[in-house]
Design a protein around this ligand. Structure first.
Ligand code: NDP
Length: 311
């Protein structure tokens, strides 16, 4: 079995896969062309088009992350090769940490204290009951469901939304357009953990952001395309004329890296992080990759990425 690896920490992945599969040939994508060719499997994150185009006998592609938007839009992606993606694989816990940080930031008025500190103002803010601070999670997949449960266990009422109906203990699960409107009208923070697909692009547009209650906040570690950034800026307003949204914690953007001139960088109530919410943890993910390889080799039925749905 030959596997070609392409990701930021490809050498660590190559070493870990070689150790776990001593009979396999594992090479990184910067190996000479003849060593890369005729791979059985690609284990990749943001693979260059040439790596996909040059393969002739692939049996499967393993996406070393949860989002497949980049892979699906890479020219040269073979149409008939099954793709599997990482499901949770340690990313749920990292994402839950990130989202909890964001929710607590707004819930415990850390945004107000940062503002007050600029003028040495000593003014404790009232702490409302968590029961009065519902949080909405858009996307209840492997990571979204983990985050929804973590928020619920932290004491927040949680409303979740997905394409198909779901049951998650302690979470009010909604679906469909009406479900989305219901969720948005009730939550103090909305968290977007949806994939980037034709159906989700711009889902948080001006109209939907306006459905959030006055003073709500937006947390987006999903994909930048989910939010209309201009509509978000307008809903936030500025210090002279605050809008109806209180603030935002954003990890992902329509253009990454976020260009220096983008007004989101300068907005006093926006926190920008550089797409770091839940990087794939190799030690947690390696077992899942190995089990995918064994399952492919054994001809087992795998849950593969649905290219037409885009996730
Ligand atoms: P999954 O594929 O497991 O789940 C996706 C969820 O989104 C499912 O619940 C699905 O609904 C729902 N969904 C998809 N399309 C729609 C739609 N049109 N309307 C309503 N719901 C929809 O993904 P993960 O949970 O593993 O990851 C989610 C996303 O998080 C990734 O695609 C990626 O973009 C992002 N991510 C970001 C990271 C970061 O560091 N910033 C790290 C990891 C992931 P259903 O269950 O009905 O199919």
């Amino acid at each position: 079995m030959k596997i070609v690896v392409h990701t930021d920490d490809a050498e660590q992945w190559r070493a870990a896969l070689s150790k776990a599969l001593p009979n396999a040939t594992v090479v990184t994508s910067d190996a000479p062309e003849e060593a890369r060719q005729n791979a059985d499997y690609l284990a990749v994150w943001k693979a260059p088009a040439h790596l996909l185009k040059e393969q002739t006998q692939l049996k499967g592609i393993i996406n070393l992350g949860a989002g497949v938007d980049y892979l699906l839009s890479t020219p040269g992606l073979p149409v008939d090769v099954p793709i599997v993606k990482l499901r949770d694989a340690g990313m749920g816990e990292l994402m839950a940490d990130y989202v909890l940080y964001g929710v607590l930031h707004f819930y415990r008025s850390m945004d107000c204290y940062a503002d007050q500190q600029t003028s040495a103002e000593w003014q404790p803010q009232r702490v409302v009951d968590k029961a009065d601070w519902p949080v909405g999670v858009l996307g209840l997949g492997a990571i979204g469901a983990y985050v929804a449960s973590a928020l619920q266990q932290a004491g927040f009422p949680v409303l979740g939304w997905s394409r198909s109906p779901k049951t998650i203990k302690g979470v009010q699960c909604l679906h469909g357009d009406e479900g989305l409107d219901e969720l948005l009208s009730q939550v103090q923070s909305v968290v977007a953990i949806l994939p980037d697909t034709p159906a989700t692009q711009g889902i948080l547009n001006a109209e939907r952001l306006a459905k959030l209650p006055q003073g709500a906040s937006v947390i987006n570690p999903g994909r930048g395309s989910l939010i209309d950034e201009q509509a978000l800026l307008e809903a936030l307003g500025d210090n002279d004329q605050p809008g109806h949204l209180r603030g935002a914690l954003l990890d992902v953007f329509c253009e990454e890296p976020l260009p220096a001139g983008n007004p989101l960088w300068q907005h006093p109530r926006v926190i920008v992080t550089p797409h770091m919410a839940a990087p794939t943890p190799l030690n947690d993910a390696i077992d899942q990759v190995i089990s995918y390889l064994h399952a492919f080799e054994a001809g087992e039925t795998l849950t593969i990425v649905n290219s037409s749905q885009g996730y």
